[in-house]
Design a protein around this ligand. Structure first.
Ligand code: PLP
Length: 229
C-alpha cells in the first residue's frame, strides 16, 4: 500500500517534470511523515527515500533518535523560539523561518554550538491570514537583515499555497515565488543562496514543479490521510 502510493507519487513527479521540461534529478521529494509511526517511515526508508519532513519539533526529535542516521529531517512547521535549540541539532533544513526574532534565536543558538544552520525563508505568497510567513514585498529586506547572521545560511524560499479544489488556482502563487527567487538571486545578497524552492504538496505539487519547485513536500499522497486524535 505505502510502496504503491510512493510509486504513484513518483510517476506523477516524473510526468510533471516532463511537462515542465525539468530533469527528474532537479526535484527532491520530501516524504512528510507527521503523525505517522516509525514503522511506516521505515517502509518508505527501505524504498530508498532519505528526506523526511515533520512539523513539530518534539516529533522530529523522537523520530530522529529512532531512525537511521543517514536521513535528512526537514522542519516544515511553524517553529517557536524556545524549541530552536533542540531542532537545530537534528534538522537538515528548516523551511519555516518567518520572523527576524526567530532568525535571531537561531543565530544565537547556532553560535553556541559553533555550527551553521541551513534555512529557507517562508513566504505567505497568497497573503492568507491563517498562515505564517513573511509578505512577498518584505522578502528582500528580510534577506538583507538575515545576511548579517554568521551562523545562518539561507538556501532559498518556501511557501504553502491555499487549500483549493483545483490546483490550477495555485499556479499564480507558485509563479510569483519562483519569480521572487530569481529576482533575489540577481541581487547577489551576501551570504544568501537561492538554490531551493520548496513548494507543492499532495494536492498541487505537479503545478508547483511546472512552475519551478525543486523541493516538494508530500504527506497524504504517500502515507494516506492523517488522523488527528
Ligand atoms: C502537512 C504538510 C505538508 C504535506 O501535506 P499533504 O497535503 O499531506 O501532502 C507539506 N507542507 C507542510 C508545511 C505541511 O505542514
Amino acid at each position: 500500500m505505502l510502496i504503491e502510493n510512493l510509486g504513484q507519487v513518483e510517476k506523477r513527479i516524473e510526468e510533471a517534470c516532463k511537462k515542465g521540461k525539468r530533469k527528474r534529478e532537479e526535484v527532491t521529494l520530501i516524504a512528510v511523515s507527521k503523525t505517522k509511526p516509525v514503522s511506516m517511515i521505515e517502509t518508505i526508508y527501505q524504498a530508498g527515500v532519505r528526506e523526511f519532513g515533520e512539523n513539530k519539533v518534539q516529533e522530529l526529535c523522537e523520530k530522529y533518535e529512532l531512525m537511521e542516521k543517514d536521513i535528512h529531517w526537514h522542519m516544515i512547521g511553524h517553529l517557536q523560539r524556545n524549541k530552536v535549540r533542540q531542532v537545530i541539532e537534528k534538522a537538515y533544513l528548516i523551511h519555516s523561518v518567518d520572523s527576524l526574532r526567530l532568525a535571531q534565536q537561531i543565530e544565537q543558538e547556532a553560535a553556541k554550538l559553533e555550527k551553521t544552520v541551513s534555512i529557507l525563508v517562508e513566504v505567505n505568497v497568497a497573503k492568507e491570514a491563517s498562515k505564517f510567513g513573511i509578505m512577498l514585498e518584505e522578502t528582500e529586506n528580510f534577506l538583507k537583515e538575515i545576511s548579517a547572521f554568521k551562523h545562518i545560511s539561507v538556501q532559498g524560499l518556501m511557501t504553502t499555497a491555499p487549500f483549493v479544489e483545483n490546483p490550477e488556482e495555485n499556479r499564480i502563487y507558485f509563479r510569483k515565488l519562483y519569480q521572487l527567487s530569481v529576482d533575489m538571486k540577481r541581487k547577489n545578497i551576501d551570504n544568501i543562496n537561492m538554490q531551493f524552492l520548496s513548494m507543492g504538496m499532495t494536492n498541487d505539487f505537479e503545478v508547483a514543479i511546472e512552475e519551478g519547485a525543486n523541493i516538494v513536500r508530500i504527506g497524504t499522497g504517500i502515507f494516506g490521510e492523517r488522523n488527528y486524535l
